[in-house]
Every structure is written in C-alpha cells, then in structure tokens.
Design a protein around this ligand. Structure first.
Ligand SMILES: [Zn+2]
Ligand SMILES: [Zn+2]
Length: 159
C-alpha cells in the first residue's frame, strides 16, 4: 500500500542522497536546510571550490588529516548549507536542518549563531567518533535549539 511520506522523510532521504556526492574519503554527510517546509539550501561535506577533491587527489591514502584526525580540507555539510544560504542572502533564522550525522561542536555553534531553531539528525556524531557525549547536540539543546533524532519511516532511507 502506498504510504504518503512526511517532509521529515523526504528531506532526510534527500540528505542521505546528497551525502553520496561527497568527495571526502571517510565519512559522507549530507544536509538539507528548510524553512516552513520549503528547502532554502543544501550541503554535503567537501573541500571548498577551487581547492582539491580528496577522492580524486588522494584515492589511496585518503584525505590529508588535521590535528584532530579529520579531513583538513572539507567544509562540513552544515557549513556548506549555511554558507550557500548566506551568500545568496537567504534568511536562515528560524530554519530547520536535516543532517545525516549530528553536528560537531563547531557546526553546532554555527547553526546556533545563524538562528537555526531545529536539528533533525540520522546518526550520532559521538557514536561515529567513539566519544561519550554528543557535544554538538548538548550545546544546541543547552541554548534552546530543538534537537531530534530522526524517527521517521526508515523504509524511505536508502543509505
Ligand atoms: Zn576530505
Ligand atoms: Zn561539523
């Protein structure tokens, strides 16, 4: 029987598909920024334009690492989504963001400062990194941003 998808399902599925476009070697992350159920921006993790694409440049050894062991070139999916919106003069305040991985602390600060009011994530950043706490989620909750683990129709999500 046909099931009518919710916006949560549609946007999370889109975030999952966007993640597949990432040029990074390790983790692929996608983000969809919405407002009043409409898409205002999208993003996935990757180096800024006119730098390098990790998978093409370093197919064997992977992305050059920074001091914390993350890709040293990539902007995170959330950063790219916010950046595009801001560059185009789109009002981000009051937006909801869908992300395939919950925000790192640095993205959490950016989302909060941009006025994002709700974050819906698919996977936990802490679980991925083997950390005890999701410090990004904790930061957001502490300052009044609603944080929700995606609990929609997983049959919609094809990772
Ligand atoms: Zn990379
Ligand atoms: Zn981040």
């Amino acid at each position: 029987m046909y099931k009518r998808p919710d916006f949560d399902d549609i946007y999370m599925e889109l975030a999952v598909n966007l993640a597949k476009r990432s040029h990074c070697i390790k983790r692929h992350v996608g983000a969809v920024l919405t407002k009043d159920t409409r898409i205002i921006s999208i993003g996935y993790n990757g180096p800024p334009e006119k730098t390098h694409n990790c998978d093409e440049e370093w197919p064997e050894e992977g992305c050059p690492r920074d001091s914390k062991g993350s890709c040293s070139l990539a902007l995170h999916a959330e950063e790219n989504a916010i950046l595009f919106a801001v560059k185009n003069g789109t009002e981000v305040k009051g937006a909801t963001i869908y992300v395939t991985l919950s925000p790192c602390i640095s993205c959490a600060r950016l989302l909060f400062a941009s006025g994002v009011k709700k974050v819906i994530y698919l996977h936990s950043y802490a679980e991925y990194k083997g950390l005890d706490v999701d410090e990004g989620n904790a930061f957001l909750s502490k300052f009044g941003v609603e944080v929700q683990k995606y609990s929609g129709d997983f049959s919609m999500i094809h990772e």
